[in-house]
Design a protein around this ligand. Structure first.
Ligand SMILES: Cc1cc2nc3c(=O)[nH]c(=O)nc-3n(C[C@H](O)[C@H](O)[C@H](O)COP(=O)(O)OP(=O)(O)OC[C@H]3O[C@@H](n4cnc5c(N)ncnc54)[C@H](O)[C@@H]3O)c2cc1C
Ligand code: FES
Length: 270
């Protein structure tokens, strides 16, 4: 339960309200994590919140998180400057099923900041590229200005072994790419539905529509995984804050097989 102090090594501005923080522990030891896991980040004097690890799992020496400022704690984290200290507990939670996806095509569908926990999965796949079939990243944001990880997206777009399709709800001047909702890219993506594992993260409504579109393409429900967000306090299954029907999101999730939580997602409040 005790946060370990980490120093902010680098801050990158992603969008007007979203920042990527690179942290380094005081003792210099790295943090081994699996794509999809999260840490509890503690901004001293403000509080503690769950934030996905968005960095490269093959570089445990550099702990990377991407934070959107929406309230007191995330605003304090986003305002952190190089050299400041942040408390870290973790890593926690169930990761994306990277081993299960080996030998299959992988479709990654991200909406908005949902790309943060999926970026680690993309890094993992690229470090182990020979183990996966076709890999498609489908990413949607509200406007071009809301796209995160632009340098990586450009680099990944230039690769021959990764299909990257990006779309925005509303175009602005200078945008010549796709316009519309992220689900419209699923029908034309290159993957074999019968041999596909799909990883989906974003607002719940976007995940529901994405799963429906994947089902229309013929992806079996057992092959679809989503990552859920719920308010958390302890992060380790003690307090019950993250309870979602019969499951605790912090320990049973945040990554779930869609078929296992579909029924709960249809209920407004559980
Ligand atoms: C497993 C997990 C992983 C997460 N990963 C990330 C991440 O990588 N990057 C990131 O920026 N955030 C992430 N979040 C969300 C983040 O934890 C919340 O934004 C944060 O707890 C808000 O705290 P606050 O004190 O800043 O704002 P609060 O004052 O608590 O809330 C401010 C506003 O944000 C809304 N809000 C609070 N929590 C959430 C939430 N979970 N989702 C959407 N809106 C929320 C509130 O309803 C309120 O309107 C994750 C959450 C979970 C559970
Ligand atoms: S956050 Fe305390 S039980 Fe999940």
């Amino acid at each position: 339960m005790q946060p370990v102090p980490y120093r902010v090594r680098r801050v990158r501005c992603e969008t007007r309200d979203t920042f990527t923080l690179e942290l380094k522990s005081f003792r210099g030891q790295g943090m081994v994590f699996h794509p999809g896991q999260f840490n509890m980040l503690y901004a001293f004097g403000a509080g503690e919140v769950p934030i996905s690890v968005s960095g490269d799992p093959s570089r445990p020496e550099s702990l990377v998180h991407t934070v959107r400022a929406v309230g007191a704690v995330t605003r304090a984290l986003c305002a952190a400057k190089r050299g400041e200290v942040i408390g870290v507990r973790g890593p926690f939670g169930n990761p994306w099923p990277m081993a299960e996806a080996e030998g299959s095509d992988v479709v990654i569908v991200a909406g908005g900041l949902g790309l943060a926990p999926l970026r680690s999965a993309v890094y993992h796949i690229l470090s182990n590229r020979g183990k996966y079939g076709n890999v498609v990243l489908i990413y949607g944001a509200r406007t071009p200005e809301d796209l995160v990880f632009r340098p990586e997206l450009e680099r990944w777009r230039g690769r021959f072994d990764l299909e990257v399709d990006i779309i925005v709800d509303h175009a602005s001047a200078g945008w010549f790419g796709n316009v519309g909702v992220v689900t419209t890219l699923i029908p034309r993506a290159s993957f074999d539905p019968q041999e596909t594992v799909a990883l989906v993260c974003g607002p719940e409504i976007m995940m529901r529509f994405s799963v429906a579109e994947l089902a229309k393409r013929g992806v079996p429900a057992e092959g679809v995984y989503i990552s859920m967000e719920r308010n958390m306090k302890c992060g380790i299954g003690l307090c019950g804050h993250c309870q979602f029907g019969p499951v605790f999101v912090c320990t049973d999730g945040p990554v779930f097989r869609y078929a296992d939580v579909e029924r709960l997602l249809k209920v407004r409040e559980v």
